[in-house]
Write a protein that binds this ligand. Structure first.
Ligand SMILES: [Fe+2]
Length: 260
């Protein structure tokens, strides 16, 4: 079984379309949240991902843009984008966002039967496994999620940084895909070890922040026990133009080019 794992699309329709067009074959789609917020096409993005997903987790922007939580904790740019999104979202899409589950969730499908028998299961979260709003930026942050009775393989988003963390119980490792170009489609495969535990981030589809502008996603193959990290170029100019036409802050357009 192969799962396409998407996170932090952030209403970037052009990036999402490129990902869906170029993603390797897969059986299911898992979505780790922040489907909307920042970008100019929240309704179109929801229309595109809603029928694809078998597993969804809500993100902090999904909550704020659907009015579940206020935007007081957001910086001024994020707050302005969230309020704009609230205004343009259809009532149906707002209601759908409000009903997205809080992570962590166990993905739907035959995952548990496929993964090695080391007590493993798979969990999907937006932030950490303990707090949906926590940024997992270091091994120390991941420690709390990878100790105790948790799953061996965990997927998360929120940081917009592709890669993650692993431990074999003694050593801790930071995982970061190694790419060679800046503007072409590339992949980087991680062979999972059955004795290790993982916190893995597919990266952000719509607003990467690891200095790499290309849309990010991952493919988890339960039979080969691999995670394929992927980057694909997309129509950046159109995404930027849509942001500017919508009257959203210029910064939201310029940062897409920088990947910051
Ligand atoms: Fe996000």
């Amino acid at each position: 079984m192969r799962a396409l794992i998407l996170s932090d699309i952030h209403a970037n329709l052009q990036a999402l379309q490129a990902v869906l067009a170029q993603a390797p074959p897969h059986d299911v789609v898992w979505n780790l949240g922040d489907i909307v917020g920042y970008g100019a096409n929240p309704n179109e993005v929801i229309d595109a991902v809603r029928p694809l997903g078998t597993t969804f987790v809500r993100g902090n922007h999904d909550r704020a843009c659907s009015g579940l939580t206020d935007v007081d904790g957001f910086n001024p740019v994020a707050s302005r984008a969230a309020k704009w999104t609230q205004c343009v979202l259809s009532s149906e899409h707002t209601a759908w966002l409000r009903h997205l589950p809080q992570g962590p969730v166990m993905p739907a499908g035959p995952v548990s039967a496929d993964v090695p028998a080391n007590g493993a299961a798979v969990r999907c979260a937006h932030g950490s496994l303990l707090d949906e709003d926590e940024y997992v930026l270091s091994a120390r942050d991941a420690l709390h999620s990878l100790t105790g009775d948790g799953a061996a393989i965990n997927f998360f988003g929120h940081t917009h940084l592709q890669g993650g963390f692993a431990t074999d119980g003694e050593q801790w490792y930071r995982l970061a895909p190694d790419y060679f170009t800046r503007d072409t489609a590339e992949t980087w495969e991680l062979q999972l070890s059955s004795g290790a535990r993982y916190m893995l981030n597919p990266g952000s589809v719509g607003q990467p922040r690891d200095g790499n502008w290309r849309a990010a996603f991952a493919i988890y193959d339960t039979e080969r026990h691999t995670v394929l990290f992927c980057r694909v170029p997309y129509d950046l100019r159109s995404a930027q133009d849509a942001i500017l036409r919508a009257g959203l802050p210029d910064r939201l357009a310029s940062r897409l080019r920088d990947g910051r």
